[in-house]
Structure formats: structure tokens, C-alpha cells
Design a protein around this ligand. Structure first.
Ligand code: TXA
Ligand code: MG
Length: 325
């Protein structure tokens, strides 16, 4: 299969992407979080092709991306008022809601579950495609199973060239980390995957406590511990441990440090300084790991970020990216 590269800035790109999707093809699309690998959610065979391209187990559910909150009742039933309250504050944007699925939704999309994940993305290119086509797009992140999520079209091509029909190139993702997943299908509202929208932000809007996830919530198939991993072994260290490690490390090891890391302590190894602000850090997080992963290093040592709610999603992904020692 030849993977076509469609530049979102070119006039025909959206109609070409739409035609591929209508024909049952799979297209990697930009979102504000990470690139997704999309198929028409009403075509089970097309959705199966996503699992094949990623090498993802069939019981791991996909998120359905729709144009607007008005599409909710096409995909879900028994929708609680909470869903509309959250939608008016956070959609379009990086929030996925789990609801009870409508009867017509194929179990291929939901991994056999009775719930469905739905999100209205804010990326202008994807939003335009969803609006003009009216298609609901089932899409996981556009990476091979367990590997790093892509935040630009080059990273998608690097890993999936020849396995998917096309990539719609809409530039770098603005946020860079996957959406917050909130479960609205049960009695308590809970976050199942930390993301850009914090539990306190959800609690404030709902006027009730939203519980935070344990760092590794096994209640969701697909929410596995060894996920989002670079090939190069990555370990998390405190600043003290990092300084000690640097003193003895060779040049095939890289260090990713926080912005206030003391510069004059820096020896000859590769040292990458990350931005101090969480949004700026998140935006380049996967790219930094993708870039280092091409260098065949023996280790990546990562300085533990602040352990605050704002950094919860970064810490979650880092825990999973790190290889057990
Ligand atoms: O930001 C994002 O959420 C990106 C972009 C492309 O939208 N998508 C994404 O999809 O991260 P994925 O498949 O890589 O991760 C979504 C996770 C799944 O692994 C699964 O754990 C959970 O969402 N999920 C989806 N549907 C679910 C359901 N019905 N019940 C429980 N968990 C669900
Ligand atoms: Mg993923």
C-alpha cells in the first residue's frame, strides 16, 4: 500500500481524505492532542484495519470523534446532564466522555464494551473534515501499539508508512498529550486517564467531586502500564540521582532535565532542557522522545517533573514510558 501525504493547506486535501474514508480506508488525522488514525466508525471492516495497522489487540476500545455536541445522541444513549455541562465548557477540546453506547454502534469500535468514548476535537483541520463529511471517526493515536504517540505527520510516516492509506498533514499538535478521559457511564464521575483537563477543572464545572485516576487504572482495556514507550530504555530520576548519574555516564546516554537545572554542572553528554511551563513542556514531550529514540542511545535519563495536579498527565505518561529497572 502506498501511503499518500495530504497537505491540509492544499485545497483538495479534505475532499480527498473524505473520499478515502468513504471508501473504507484509514487516514491519519491531526488533532490538538496527538495524531489519530481514523476510519468511518460505521464501517466495521475499516475500523478493523486500524487495529491491524497498529498491531493493537481487538478488545482495546477506540474513541469516536464527532463534529459537535449535537452528534452525541447519534452514538450514545441515557446521556446524563453532566455530559452537556462538560461539553459546553470543554468541547471542542481535549476531553473524551465515556457514555452508554447506542445499539447500532459496532462492538469492533468499543472493543466489545457497552460504553463508548466520544470527543469533539478542536483542531481546525479535523473539525472542518468532521463538519463537511458528517462522518463519525473512530480513531486511536496514530502509533504502533505501545509506542510513542505522534505529534506531527513525519512521526506517523516513520512508523506507519505503507500500512495506512493517507496522512492528512496539519502541522504540529498544539497540546501534545492525549485527551482526559472521564467516565460518565456509572454512578460516580471519574477520570480514567489524566489529560490536559484536570479533575479539579471538571469538578469546578460540575459542582461535584470528580475522582482522579490511580497512575495506572487497569479497569480499562488498553490502559496498560507499559504504554507510550520509546525503544531506548528510559528511567525517571530525582535531581540528586541525575547529578550522580551524569558524573559517571558515557556519551551514549542522554539526559532530559527541567529548565532550572544547574547549567555549570553539565558535563559532555547530551543534555536537553525542557520548558518550565507545563503546556510548553507537553507540546514537545513526545517529539523530544521521538528525536532521541532515533539516535540508538543506551539510556534516556529523565528528571522527575513536579508532582502537582497540573503535571498529572505528564507524570502518568512518563511512568508508563519508563522501563522497569
Ligand atoms: O487525545 C486523544 O484521546 C487521542 C486523539 C487521537 O483523540 N486518542 C487516543 O486514543 O489517545 P487511544 O486509543 O490511543 O487511547 C484511548 C483510550 C484507549 O486506550 C482506552 O483505554 C480508552 O481510551 N477508551 C476508549 N473507549 C473506551 C471505552 N468505551 N471504555 C473505556 N475506555 C475507553
Ligand atoms: Mg494511544
Amino acid at each position: 500500500m502506498i501511503t499518500r501525504r495530504l497537505l491540509a493547506s492544499e485545497a483538495d486535501s479534505l475532499s480527498t481524505a473524505e473520499a478515502i474514508l468513504r471508501a473504507g480506508g484509514i487516514v491519519a488525522v491531526p488533532t490538538e492532542t496527538v495524531y489519530g488514525l481514523a476510519a468511518d466508525a460505521t464501517k466495521p471492516e475499516a475500523v478493523s484495519a486500524i487495529f491491524a495497522a497498529k498491531g493493537r489487540p481487538a478488545n482495546h476500545p477506540l474513541i469516536v470523534h464527532v463534529a459537535s455536541v449535537d452528534d452525541l445522541d447519534k452514538w450514545a444513549v441515557d446521556i446524563p446532564d453532566h455530559a452537556y455541562t462538560l461539553a459546553s465548557s470543554f468541547w471542542p477540546g481535549p476531553l473524551t466522555m465515556l457514555l452508554k453506547k447506542a445499539a447500532h454502534v459496532s462492538p469492533v469500535v468499543t472493543g466489545g464494551l457497552e460504553s463508548i468514548g466520544i470527543r469533539v476535537p478542536s483542531h481546525p483541520v479535523l473539525h472542518a473534515l468532521l463538519l463537511s463529511s458528517g462522518i463519525g471517526l473512530a480513531a486511536p493515536s496514530a502509533n504502533p501499539y505501545k509506542q510513542l504517540s505522534p505529534t506531527n505527520a513525519e512521526q506517523v510516516i516513520e512508523k506507519l508508512d505503507g500500512k495506512i492509506d493517507a496522512v492528512l498533514d496539519g502541522g504540529d499538535c498544539a497540546i501534545g498529550l492525549e485527551s482526559t478521559i472521564v467516565d460518565l457511564s456509572g454512578d460516580v464521575v471519574r477520570v480514567l486517564r489524566a489529560g490536559p483537563i484536570s479533575p479539579s477543572a471538571l469538578s469546578a464545572v460540575l459542582g461535584q467531586q470528580v475522582t482522579a485516576p490511580a497512575s495506572h487504572n487497569t479497569s480499562v482495556p488498553g490502559n496498560i502500564e507499559n504504554h507510550y514507550q520509546p525503544k531506548t530504555p528510559l528511567r525517571l530520576l530525582s535531581r540528586e540521582q541525575l547529578l550522580a548519574k551524569m558524573a559517571a555516564a558515557g556519551d551514549a546516554e542522554a539526559f532530559i532535565v527541567l529548565a532550572d537545572f544547574p547549567k555549570d554542572e553539565s558535563p559532555s553528554q547530551q543534555i536537553i532542557s525542557m520548558p518550565a511551563s507545563k503546556p510548553a513542556f507537553a507540546k514537545i514531550f513526545y517529539k523530544t522522545l521521538h528525536d532521541l529514540d532515533r539516535k540508538n542511545l543506551s539510556a534516556i535519563w529523565f528528571e522527575l517533573p513536579p508532582q502537582t495536579e497540573e503535571w498529572m498527565d505528564v507524570n502518568d505518561r512518563l511512568q508508563r514510558a519508563s522501563h522497569a529497572s
